[in-house]
Design a protein around this ligand. Structure first.
Ligand SMILES: [Ca+2]
Length: 310
């Protein structure tokens, strides 16, 4: 039977329901990409929608043409209504079919929205080289290493790294504007830097900066002592060597034996260590010198030497 009051009630119920549902529907599963699409290299991809949890992280991932792995290029967190808006930029710089998807973690790892596929406009694939790095500077030059820095290059899409050349041979790569190089002593070099972008374009090399490494410092290892010593005369005995011990001491023993006594001070904390022994012999015969890594009773011998006193 026709009932006007009941129809009016049903209409109000439906209107209220739509008022509740429409905002949610307007949020759900909305890509900036249409499928299929053709986009620019630097296109920004966005997705808004609803995920299964509100305590998860939502990732925007891309798969390059021919690739089998997904790479994240954006992340976001849903609100208390499980709604999330996420966007990301990455260089879409390879011709072919790209895919992007939205995944929530933790969870099944499966896409929470349909995967979108698209192509990059061939007209906008990056063929433009980065600018040339400038102000290449060599610092902290030693006989076997140096630091090299330069001013960053620019690129229409983005500089992804640098190659560093010594005498036209690539010896290092860097994602920052500095690197350390291994060198040989007494050698002349030229150094230059080249900038790269993600599409494999490279800049012209920077100007060649020449430099020459110094000679390697000469360290005399072992004992130095007078060739002839007479009793009662002052003599200097020196030992220079590489020792891992933090402190080294020189000890000496007279020909008659008996007790060892210290003949030299500590050897410092960096290699090579040097121990100088000021010594006035009072016995004829063969004196024994030892360098030890500490007190005589508890240390081990690093080096030994004898001096004959006449
Ligand atoms: Ca470029």
């Amino acid at each position: 039977m026709h009932n006007p009051e009941r129809n009016k009630f049903s209409f109000r119920m439906i209107a209220a329901l739509f008022a509740f549902i429409l905002p949610v529907m307007g949020f759900a599963n909305s890509w900036t990409l249409t499928d299929p699409a053709t986009i620019d290299v630097a296109y920004s991809v966005s997705w808004s929608g609803t995920v299964s949890y509100n305590n998860c992280v939502v990732m925007l991932e891309a798969q390059a043409p021919g690739a089998t792995t997904w790479q994240a290029f954006g992340s976001s967190f849903p609100d208390s209504n499980r709604q999330v808006s996420i966007s990301g930029n990455r260089p879409f710089n390879v011709l072919g079919s790209w895919q992007v998807r939205v995944v929530q973690y933790p969870g099944s790892g499966a896409a929470v929205a349909s995967t979108r596929s698209f192509n990059v406009n061939p007209a906008v694939i990056d063929t433009i080289d980065p600018t040339t790095p400038s102000n290449v500077t060599v610092s902290n030059l030693t006989y076997n290493s140096c630091n090299v820095t330069w001013t960053a290059a620019t690129d229409n899409v983005g500089v992804t790294g640098y190659l560093v050349f010594l005498n036209s041979t690539q010896v290092a790569s860097a994602t920052s504007t500095a690197t350390t190089l291994a060198l040989s002593p007494s050698t002349s070099y030229t150094v230059s830097a080249v900038a790269m972008d993600a599409a494999g374009n490279t800049s012209e090399p920077s100007i060649l900066v020449p430099f020459t490494t110094p000679t390697q410092p000469v360290v005399t290892l072992g004992w130095t002592a007078p060739s002839s010593v007479t009793t009662g005369s002052y003599a200097q005995v020196t030992w220079v060597g590489n020792a891992s011990a933090s402190t080294v001491l020189m000890w000496c023993l007279p020909p008659s034996g008996g007790a060892w006594s210290t003949c030299g001070g500590g050897g410092g904390t960096t290699n090579p260590k040097t121990v100088n022994g000021g010594w006035t012999p009072n016995q004829v015969g063969s004196w024994t010198f030892q360098v030890r890594d500490g007190p005589y009773a508890t240390s081990s011998v690093l080096s030994s030497f004898t001096i004959v006193v006449r």
